[in-house]
Design a protein around this ligand. Structure first.
Ligand code: FES
Ligand code: FES
Length: 380
């Protein structure tokens, strides 16, 4: 299935015909030839693919192009004439903030975002903000120093953070319209129902998705904690009692590995085909804690299928705390939700879940994070 996606990339309007699951990075690199956006892990871990979408840093490797419809995208090629980026480039070079340069486009995008958002961040804040960008060469000291230099320079010039720093959109340049190749992709269309948002320490995500199976069948799957957990990448339910369960979630995001064990509660309302799951867990090594709630509801969709609406609410402490940031979590949720949907479809058709059993931010959402899903039903 293809979708038309409209983007303003580096100031130029683009209309793209792409599969519903084409990632933004693929659109930028393979079809707009903006290869300054690098792909490293392609799992949303390393940050090499970071670009700005509507002024916020986003992992383009796990962000569906369709979810950016109507958005303004800035890639590393789009900063011509931007004083702050020019200073950052110079400072990265002077401070040895790069060696091989592979991480540098994403690192610069994040660095510029830090310069734009913070008036006088201390080193710890800069390091926390950089935690979503991995560099195998530098050890980060040079990167941090470069950002500190540019913030000093900016403050010395009497510029405030944010508004003053955004570049004028560059003059439009002509790029031919294109089509993206068709490819097999898992799952069905996912509809973001509202932005990822935060409430205190909690991050809240709403998503609706379609399954080409009648609601009664989907409900059978969702009402059974063991069956549904088999569809969650990385999750295993160990023990189930009346309305409690115990389980594990294994997460591997590039160099980050964590194995969580936790306990949860679940409740279902068969008359409304809705339910709630909540849980909390600790990483075996004590590096991270996760807590989450999820409410979900299953209702009739088009063509005899089902629409599932979900609200996930979670908070993370420790090593994985970077995933609390809405701009980082958005891509993860959609990327992994697609795999969850694909697994659900496999199980509902009598097969076994196969998609990415080892990988799981969604698994966090189910087993460790508390999640809450609301009954919001939309048309596709
Ligand atoms: S390539 Fe996107 S985060 Fe690594
Ligand atoms: S400069 Fe080589 S990965 Fe960062």
């Amino acid at each position: 299935m293809t979708e038309t996606v409209r983007l303003t990339v580096n100031g130029e309007e683009q209309t793209v015909t792409a599969p519903a699951r084409a990632q933004l990075a693929e659109v930028l690199r393979d079809h707009l030839e903006l290869t300054g956006t690098h792909l490293g892990c392609e799992h949303g871990v390393c940050g090499a693919c970071t670009v700005m979408v509507d002024g916020k840093p986003v992992r383009s490797c796990i962000t569906f192009a369709k979810s950016c419809d109507g958005a303004r995208v800035e890639t590393i090629e789009g900063y011509e004439g931007d004083e702050v980026m020019a200073m950052l480039r110079e400072a990265f070079s002077r401070r040895h903030g790069l060696q091989c340069g592979f991480c540098t486009p994403g690192m610069l995008a994040t660095a510029r975002d830090i310069v734009a958002r913070f008036d006088a961040p201390d080193e710890k804040t800069i390091r926390m903000e950089l935690s979503g960008n991995l560099c195998r060469c530098t050890g980060y000291v040079g990167v941090v120093r470069a950002i500190q230099d540019v913030i000093k320079w900016r403050n010395a010039r009497g510029l405030e953070s944010a508004g003053h720093l955004h570049p004028e959109p560059p003059a439009p340049r002509k790029i031919a319209k294109f089509s993206i190749r068709e490819e097999t992709v898992p799952g069905n269309f996912i509809e973001p129902s509202g932005q990822v948002r935060t409430d205190g320490a909690w991050t809240i995500v709403n998503r609706d998705f379609f399954l080409a199976v009648p609601p009664a069948k989907v409900w059978e799957l969702f009402a059974d904690i063991r069956s549904v957990s088999s569809c969650i990448p990385g999750a295993t339910v160990i023990k189930v009692s009346e309305d409690d369960f115990e389980g594990t979630v294994e997460i591997r995001f590039g160099p980050i590995r964590a194995a969580f064990r936790g306990v949860g509660r679940y409740s279902t309302d068969a008359s409304r085909r809705s339910g709630t799951i909540s849980g909390r867990g600790d990483d075996r090594n004590g590096h991270s804690k996760l807590e989450g709630e999820m409410d979900y509801a299953v209702c009739s969709g088009t063509h005899g299928g089902s629409l599932v609406s979900a609200e996930i609410r979670f908070r993370i402490e420790g090593l994985l705390a970077q995933f609390n940031r809405p701009e980082l979590i958005t891509g993860f949720v959609d990327y992994l939700l697609a795999r969850f949907i694909s697994n659900c479809e496999a199980v509902l058709s009598g097969a076994k879940a196969t998609e990415a059993r080892q990988l799981s931010i969604l698994g966090l959402a189910w087993t460790v994070l508390k999640s809450r899903l609301r009954s919001l039903f939309k048309h596709h």
